[in-house]
Design a protein around this ligand. Structure first.
Ligand SMILES: NC(=O)c1ccc[n+]([C@@H]2O[C@H](COP(=O)([O-])OP(=O)(O)OC[C@H]3O[C@@H](n4cnc5c(N)ncnc54)[C@H](O)[C@@H]3O)[C@@H](O)[C@H]2O)c1
Length: 320
């Protein structure tokens, strides 16, 4: 197939490009290189089935042409990372909401299937664990900037589902839970690469709050396998689907595990959320996906446990 991947030079996008090329498909990636990087896909540029277009998904005309030339669209381009979202709120909303509007309009014109990557952030402060796709969402107030990311992604979901409802445009929406692995960078607020880099340097690992907040970390290759299968699964059209790992760990324990697996002399230090993010931050304690829906649709069983997820990140940063 001819696939268009928005955000293709990003962390998950670059792995998606790589896997689709390995499977013999043609891939065009569009990326403005804002949080992504050319180095993520430099090794793919000699492949005749690959092309990178450096531009924004907000460019209506260009997107129209690229979607027309493709058979399927994977829409990953987005503002990403808690720190970036808090620092650049207007750009975040514009990229997420307008970017998805542009992609869906073009897909509607040429009847192309679209997979949209949403996020577990839309579950907000929900306390019913695990999170199932049809659960109510509980977000914080609009004065707390963190929630604009979830709200913008939620609007993307509404828009994608609206296209499915009105014209049966094949739209699949996946809610990714924390996805990690090689090429993810820590500079926009991602915790695992941040911890691993600090541990390898022997510097202190900074845990925000009391570190009791817990997350489930999924290896990028497990997420990419689900993305590819779901995009081609007709029963997934018009649905929102969780993708992630169910193996939960507190952030403090994650820091300890990274120190142990790197054999680092690093210590752990604590920093309040207010100091870490200035004002405008709020966090949720737990985020565990209910994976019943994805398992009913495709063959999905994450292959990487937490130890191997951490190890692959360590191996990457040791080589970098
Ligand atoms: N990594 C995670 O844990 C996670 C969790 C939930 C959801 N997601 C979603 O998965 C997708 C990919 O995230 P990622 O972790 O690979 O982050 P990433 O920052 O590496 O990827 C996003 C890519 O989009 C590009 N981009 C941003 N604005 C653009 C624009 N206007 N035009 C073109 N390209 C643009 C960036 O340069 C980057 O390459 C995003 O939609 C994100 O919301 C990721």
């Amino acid at each position: 197939m001819k696939a268009l991947i928005t955000g293709g030079a990003g962390f998950i996008g670059s792995h998606l490009c790589e896997t689709l090329l390995d499977q013999g498909h043609q891939v065009t990636a569009i990326d403005d290189l804002s949080t992504g990087s050319h180095s993520n896909i430099a090794h793919l540029e000699s492949n005749k089935n690959f092309q990178l277009v450096v531009d924004t998904v907000l460019n209506d005309q260009l997107v129209n042409q690229l979607v027309r030339e493709s058979e399927i669209v994977f829409h990953l381009a987005s503002a990403v990372g808690v720190q970036l979202i808090i620092d650049q709120p207007t750009q975040t909303i514009q990229t997420i909401v307008e970017g998805t509007r542009v992609i869906l309009d073009a897909a509607k014109r040429y009847r192309r299937p679209v997979l949209i990557t949403s996020t577990s952030e839309v579950y907000g402060k929900g306390s019913k664990i695990p999170f199932a796709e049809d659960d109510d969402v509980v977000l914080g107030p609009t004065s707390t900037r963190r929630w604009l990311y979830a709200s913008a992604k939620m609007l993307d979901e509404f828009l994608g589902l609206a296209h499915w409802y009105e014209t049966r445009l094949p739209v699949v929406i996946i809610r990714l839970f924390n996805t990690v692995g090689p090429r993810q960078v820590g500079q926009y607020g991602m915790v695992l690469p941040r911890f691993v880099q600090k541990a390898l340097a022997g510097d202190p690992l900074t845990v925000y709050g009391d570190g009791k907040q817990a997350r489930c970390f999924c290896h990028v290759s497990d997420a990419v396998s689900a993305i590819i299968q779901l995009a081609q699964c007709k029963d997934a059209y018009g649905k929102v689907i969780n993708v992630g790992s169910e193996e939960e760990i507190s952030i403090l324990n994650l820091a300890n595990k990274v120190i142990e697996q790197t054999g680092s002399p690093s210590k752990i230090e604590f920093l309040s959320y207010e100091k870490a993010y200035t004002q405008g931050f709020d966090d949720m304690q737990r985020r565990v996906p209910d994976l019943a829906r994805v398992k009913a649709l495709i063959s999905y069983e994450p292959k990487h446990d937490l130890t191997s997820v951490i190890q692959s990140t360590i191996d990457y940063w040791q080589r970098a």
